[in-house]
Design a protein around this ligand. Structure first.
Ligand code: ZN
Ligand code: ZN
Length: 142
């Protein structure tokens, strides 16, 4: 794992307690993807007193510094995850907001070839597949 404290310095961010705690959450929590409110509640559960405004500010700073990637799965909020430099796409459950990550080499290649056909120089892409996850589907039909 890269040294995130060096990353802080590189981006002119001082090593502060809220910054370390928020970054640690992304690095250790199996959920990996969080909205600002989810971070705030998770920190509260851990007994941390970090205000919601601070959480928003730190997430914005981390995003600007390239430590976090930001997705907009819903119109009214962002979801953040660590920017590992490795690309993946997401299946998004519209009921429980569960996220499933996937990488499909054929799909990636297909997109490259579509861009090429249009003489378009692709720099990035985002693919979100929206729907209902299996546990929610079973709940709905039981
Ligand atoms: Zn679900
Ligand atoms: Zn992800």
């Amino acid at each position: 794992m890269p040294n995130r404290k060096d990353d802080f310095h590189k981006h002119g961010l001082k090593v502060t307690s809220p910054r370390l705690k928020i970054l640690a959450l992304f690095e250790t929590h199996p959920k990996k993807h969080f909205t600002a409110d989810e971070i705030f509640h998770e920190l509260q559960t851990q007994g941390e007193e970090i205000g919601v405004a601070t959480v928003y500010r730190v997430l914005t700073q981390f995003h600007e510094a390239g430590l976090l990637t930001r997705h907009q799965f819903e119109t009214d909020r962002y979801t953040f995850e660590l920017d590992t430099g490795e690309h993946h796409d997401h299946l998004v459950c519209v009921q429980c907001h569960r996220l499933i990550e996937f990488v499909d080499p054929l799909l990636e290649a297909r997109q490259q070839s579509i861009a090429k056909q249009h003489q378009f120089h692709m720099t990035d892409h985002r693919l979100h597949i929206f729907g209902v996850c299996q546990p929610c589907f079973q709940k709905n039909n039981s």
